[in-house]
Write a protein that binds this ligand. Structure first.
Ligand SMILES: Cc1cc2nc3c(=O)[nH]c(=O)nc-3n(C[C@H](O)[C@H](O)[C@H](O)COP(=O)(O)OP(=O)(O)OC[C@H]3O[C@@H](n4cnc5c(N)ncnc54)[C@H](O)[C@@H]3O)c2cc1C
Length: 394
C-alpha cells in the first residue's frame, strides 16, 4: 500500500474531480490521474439540477458556477408548429431546495473550478498526461498500472474514467444495457431564437411535424440537440449546409445562423453489474450511462461522488469498510430506477410521432403543470430530488 494510504481517482472529469476535492477536504490524501494533457473541453452536460448545486455549495463551487451560467426557472415541452406547451415552474420546489431552478452551464466549467480548488489542497495531487492501462489488487492494497510502466499503490482506487472505463474493464464487469439507434448532434449557435420565440424557456423539448429537437439556453448562446433521421453518412449530416438547413427548419431567417460548434454523440443506457470489487470502485459514467434527455448523467455522477467520498472519509477515520457496500446499495438502484429509466421515459416521450398521442401526452403534462401537488411530485423526480431521498432511506 502507498505509505500514506492514498486513494487514487482515475479520470479528471466532473465526477473524479468532485470526488477528489471532497476527499481532500475531508483530510484524505488523494491522487487524480488523467490521461489527457489538459481537461477535455467537451460539449456535453449543461444542466445542473438543484441537489447538485446544494452539494457543490459545500465545496464552495455553486456560487462561481452560477455566476458563469444561466438560471432557468422553468422548462417546457412544446409542439413547434402550434406553439402549444406545458411549462414547469421550478419555483414549485422552493420548499424542497435552496436552488429551485436548473442552472445551464457547461460541465467543463465545473471541472475547471474543481481542478483549481484541488490544486490548493496540500494532500491532493493531480497528474495529467497519465494514462491508466490496468488495475490489480490483493488483500492489502490496490495497484494502478500506468502506460509509462510505473505502478501506483493505493488503499482504494475509484474509476471515474467515463463510458469506456479501463477500471471497469479491468474488473471484467458486465455493463449491461443497450445503445440507442439515434445519434444526437449538438449545435451551438449565438443567433438568438428568443427574437422570434419570446415565450421559450431556457430549456425546451420540442416536437416538430416529423421529429423533435431541444434547445438549451447558455449565456449568450443556444445549444440545440438535433436528432437527424438518417445518420448513415455523418459527414453529410455535419456539413455546414445541412446544419444550416436544420436550424432554418426551426426558425426561417434571411441571414445564416452563427454556428460556434457542432458535435455528434451516440447514446447508451447501461449500468455496471456492481460498483465495487474489493478495493476498487466505480462512479459516474464508468458505472452508468443514460439518455441525455432531462440532463441527469453528470448530475447523478456527482451524487455518486459525494455519497462515496463521505463513506471513504469515514473509513479513513476508522469506520468499517463494509460501508462501501452501502455505497453500492444506495446508488446503483437509483441509477437504474431513477436515472436510466427516467431518462428513457423522457426520450420515449419526445420520440412519439403520432399527433393524437402527442396531444394526449401534452394535455396530461399541462394538467400536471397546473396542479401544484402533481407538479411538485413530477418536478421532485425530474430534478433528481426523489432519487436522493430514496438513496438516503436505503
Ligand atoms: C450530448 C450529451 C449531453 C449531456 N448533457 C447532460 C446534462 O445536461 N446534464 C447531465 O447531468 N449530464 C449530461 N450528459 C452526461 C455527462 O456528460 C456525463 O454523465 C459526464 O461527463 C460524466 O462525467 P464523468 O466524470 O463520470 O466522466 P467523463 O466526463 O467522461 O470523464 C472521464 C475522464 O476520465 C479520463 N480517462 C478515461 N480513460 C482514462 C484512462 N485510462 N486513464 C486516465 N484517465 C482516463 C477522460 O479523459 C476523462 O477526462 C450529457 C452527455 C452527452 C453525450
Amino acid at each position: 500500500m502507498a505509505e500514506d494510504g492514498r486513494i487514487v481517482v482515475v479520470g479528471a472529469g466532473p465526477v473524479g474531480l468532485c470526488l477528489a476535492l471532497r476527499l481532500a477536504r475531508g483530510g484524505v490524501p488523494v491522487t487524480v490521474v488523467e490521461k489527457e494533457p489538459a481537461l477535455p473541453p467537451d460539449l456535453r452536460a449543461s444542466t445542473f439540477h438543484p441537489p447538485t448545486l446544494e452539494m457543490l455549495d459545500t465545496l464552495g463551487l455553486a456560487e462561481p458556477l452560477i455566476a458563469l451560467g444561466e438560471i432557468t426557472p422553468s422548462w417546457q415541452i412544446r409542439i413547434h408548429e402550434t406553439g402549444e406547451k406545458a411549462e414547469f415552474d421550478l419555483g414549485t420546489l422552493k420548499g424542497d431546495t435552496r436552488y429551485p431552478y436548473r442552472l445551464q452551464c457547461e460541465q467543463a466549467q465545473l471541472a475547471r473550478l474543481a481542478l483549481e480548488a484541488l490544486r490548493n489542497e496540500p494532500n491532493a495531487q493531480v497528474r495529467l498526461s497519465t494514462e491508466v492501462i490496468g488495475i490489480g489488487q490483493d488483500g492489502t492494497a490496490a495497484r494502478v498500472e500506468l502506460a509509462t510502466g510505473e505502478r501506483l499503490a493505493a488503499r482504494y482506487v475509484v474509476g471515474c474514467d467515463g463510458a469506456r472505463s479501463i477500471v471497469r474493464k479491468s474488473l471484467d464487469l458486465a455493463f449491461e444495457g443497450a445503445t440507442y439507434p439515434e445519434t444526437i448532434v449538438l449545435v451551438v449557435t449565438t443567433t438568438d431564437f428568443r427574437e422570434h420565440f419570446p415565450d421559450w424557456s431556457g430549456v425546451n423539448y420540442v416536437w416538430t411535424r416529423d421529429g423533435n429537437f431541444a434547445t438549451l439556453r447558455l449565456p449568450g448562446r443556444w445549444r440545440v440537440s438535433h436528432y437527424p433521421a438518417d445518420v448513415s453518412d455523418m459527414d453529410a449530416v455535419l456539413a455546414p449546409s445541412n446544419i444550416e438547413r436544420f436550424l432554418q427548419s426551426i426558425d426561417s431567417r434571411p441571414a445564416p445562423y452563427a454556428v460556434d460548434r457542432v458535435a455528434p454523440y451516440r447514446i447508451h443506457q447501461r449500468v455496471a453489474a456492481t460498483y465495487r470489487v474489493g478495493r476498487v470502485l466505480l462512479a459516474g459514467d464508468a458505472a452508468h450511462l443514460n439518455s441525455p434527455t432531462g440532463g441527469m448523467g453528470m448530475n447523478s455522477g456527482v451524487h455518486d461522488a459525494f455519497n462515496l467520498a463521505d463513506k471513504l472519509v469515514r473509513i479513513w477515520r476508522g469506520a468499517d469498510d463494509r460501508l462501501l457496500d452501502a455505497y453500492v446499495a444506495e446508488r446503483r438502484p437509483v441509477a437504474i430506477e431513477h436515472v436510466v429509466q427516467q431518462a428513457d421515459k423522457n426520450r420515449s416521450r419526445m420520440k412519439e410521432r403520432d399527433p393524437e398521442r402527442r396531444r394526449a401526452i401534452l394535455a396530461d403534462l399541462q394538467a400536471t403543470a397546473r396542479d401544484p401537488a402533481r407538479c411538485r411530485a413530477f418536478l421532485l423526480k425530474s430534478s433528481m430530488i426523489e432519487g436522493l431521498r430514496r438513496a438516503a432511506s436505503a
